[in-house]
Write a protein that binds this ligand. Structure first.
Ligand code: DHB
Ligand code: MG
Length: 222
């Protein structure tokens, strides 16, 4: 497990950016509270990153969004906030107890009718989505070992112009030492897959803040 420590200043800057620009609102504080109350890990995206997801959905006019890794629904709600009210968001969660917390949070935030939670291993539920309309945006934020498989599913379930975002691509810098950690190796392999894929145009951005030293990759489907 990677140690997500933060250096002095990182969290203070993030707090300033959150307070100045994000203003998540009381509903979002309640979601974070539910994560603590349920004893779930505090590995939800930072509010600044959540709002980026909202903005990406809005900028891209996303009406159909696929999320892999729901946790308590924090990023799910941010994505839904960027979508029209007749949009549809499918989010995949491995653990039923996490899905139950997410369901309550998503319903309480008012996005219940837009959001469908698929419980179980995403590699089992993703194939059931084949044959539907393509997704406009895919957010991958689940078990890191399957990142490359999730990217392959994202390619099957999208169209040219769709956006793919993958969280946790720096992992405290351990991607430079993939022998140190199985997740680091998988994250690095997924980045190499993105860079080599003729179907993706990608970049990645490092982040430093309440989630330590990490980053996200963003790609458009060609
Ligand atoms: C972990 C997972 C995440 O998706 C994240 O953003 C941070 C940490 C983890 O499993 O440790
Ligand atoms: Mg993450």
């Amino acid at each position: 497990m990677v140690d997500h420590r933060s250096r002095p200043g990182w969290v203070e800057v993030e707090d300033f950016l959150s307070e100045t620009l994000v203003q998540g609102g009381p509903g979002m504080d309640a979601v974070v509270g539910s994560i603590d109350a349920a004893g779930m890990p505090r590995i939800e995206v930072a509010p600044t990153a959540g709002k980026l997801l909202m903005l990406l959905a809005r900028i891209g006019g996303a009406r159909r969004v696929l999320e892999i890794g729901t946790l308590a629904g924090f990023s799910t709600i941010w994505l839904a906030r960027g979508m029209p009210s007749d949009g549809h968001l499918i989010t995949c969660e491995f653990l039923p107890e996490h899905a139950a917390v997410a369901r309550r949070n998503i319903d309480a935030a008012g996005y219940g009718p837009m959001v469908d939670i698929r419980v179980g291993a995403a590699l089992d539920t993703l194939p059931t989505l084949l044959g539907g309309d393509p997704y406009d945006l895919v957010f991958i934020d689940a078990d890191k070992g399957n990142n490359t498989e999730y990217l392959k599913w994202a390619l099957k379930l999208t169209r040219p112009g769709s956006v793919v975002v993958m969280d946790n691509v720096v992992w405290e810098g351990t991607i430079l030492d993939p022998g140190s950690d199985v997740d680091a190796a998988a994250i690095r392999a997924a980045l190499e897959f993105m860079g080599a894929s003729p179907e993706l145009e990608a970049t990645a951005i490092q982040t430093a803040g309440s989630k330590g030293w990490d980053g996200f990759a963003i790609a458009v489907v060609k």
